[in-house]
Design a protein around this ligand. Structure first.
Ligand SMILES: NC(=O)c1ccc[n+]([C@@H]2O[C@H](COP(=O)([O-])OP(=O)(O)OC[C@H]3O[C@@H](n4cnc5c(N)ncnc54)[C@H](OP(=O)(O)O)[C@@H]3O)[C@@H](O)[C@H]2O)c1
Length: 298
């Protein structure tokens, strides 16, 4: 049995990792900003440690004595100053991992984090990988997953009110996509086994590549609109649409730059698809939740 700290333990990946690790018999430190939101994990046996991840003292306290840490960079889509905040959180994380001398770190990164520029929002994860590589005392595994299936939820209001699935990605471009639960399962395995040394990178590419035309056909099938089409938006229009929906304008611009990075081939797998980086959960698994969320929109 090991002590494992899980950042973002109420989030898509962290919540599943925390539950998985508890089921494997580990002592879990569940981290986040709200004791209330973490209470379900507390009831399942986790120790809840509440604080803001820009605070190195909080992180050091949470990491002290841990055998391993699941390290992720959260972001608030409505907060301005995305890059500045990510840098502050990134330094706080690395400072705390260093101070607590954590032996094993599984860090959530992304495809595209190999590129220093030209990938918009992902340059933050490039920078964080560089910071993590300064940790001399820790074995750090950087997981680079594909785009999350769950991002489709963000496109549903436009489907409902605009009649199309719309984004800045090229319509026919095959993009690797993954279920967050598969990212969580890979992270759980790494945290449990800790069978890697040094600083390494592992891609997670989901079950297959999907184009946005295919995504529109899938969503259309789920919501009973088989003719639903994908509409590629110009980058500026996509950014303005996100800002109008409440996303901070600087982040909206960075998200469209990420789409441009994919369209122009900068965000891509370096490993190439293999049995090792292909994960099991199909897009179809999202159908019931997508339908429910779509139908709940007014
Ligand atoms: N979306 C994609 O397609 C994609 C692809 C590859 C990589 N990624 C990366 O995945 C990461 C997001 O992972 P996820 O989806 O598992 O997270 P998520 O569902 O967005 O959850 C964020 C977690 O962080 C916590 N949190 C938020 N702000 C915090 C703060 N200031 N201090 C402490 N805790 C805070 C939240 O808890 P509370 O709100 O309860 O505090 C929550 O548990 C990002 O780094 C993103 O770049 C995303």
């Amino acid at each position: 049995m090991s002590d494992i700290a899980v950042m973002g333990a109420t989030g898509h990946t962290g919540s599943v990792i925390a539950r998985n690790l508890l089921a494997l018999g580990h002592r879990v430190r569940a981290m986040g900003r709200s004791a209330e939101r973490l209470d379900a994990l507390r009831q399942q046996g986790a120790q809840v440690i509440v604080g803001d991840c820009a605070d190195p003292a909080y992180l050091t306290r949470a990491f002290e004595g841990a055998d391993a840490v699941y390290a992720m960079m959260p972001f608030d889509p409505t907060a301005p100053g995305f890059m500045e905040l990510q840098r502050a959180q990134g330094w706080a994380m690395v400072e705390a991992l260093q101070a607590a001398r954590v032996p094993h770190v599984v860090a959530l990164s992304s495809l595209g984090a190999d590129q220093p520029t030209g990938t918009g929002v992902l340059t933050s994860l490039y920078e964080q990988e560089q910071r993590l590589r300064t940790l001399q005392q820790s074995h750090v595994l950087m997981l680079r997953p594909a785009m999350f299936f769950e991002g489709l939820f963000n496109l549903l209001p436009r489907v409902k009110y605009g009649g199309s699935l719309a984004d800045a990605f090229a319509p026919g471009l095959p993009i690797p996509m993954i279920a967050t639960r598969d990212v969580a399962h890979a992270a759980t395995g790494a945290l449990d086994q800790r069978n890697w040394t040094g600083h390494s990178v592992r891609e997670l590419l989901g079950p297959g590549d999907l184009s946005h035309d295919q995504l529109a056909a899938f969503v259309g099938g789920v919501i009973g609109q088989p003719a639903l089409a994908y509409q590629q938006l110009p980058y500026d229009d996509a950014a303005q649409g996100m800002a109008a929906a409440g996303i901070a304008p600087d982040l909206a611009r960075l998200l469209t730059e990420m789409a441009r990075g994919l369209n122009e081939g900068r965000v891509r797998s370096l490993e190439g698809r293999s049995a090792r980086n292909t994960t099991a959960t199909p897009l179809q698994s999202l159908a019931p939740a997508l339908k429910e969320v779509y139908e709940a929109l007014h």
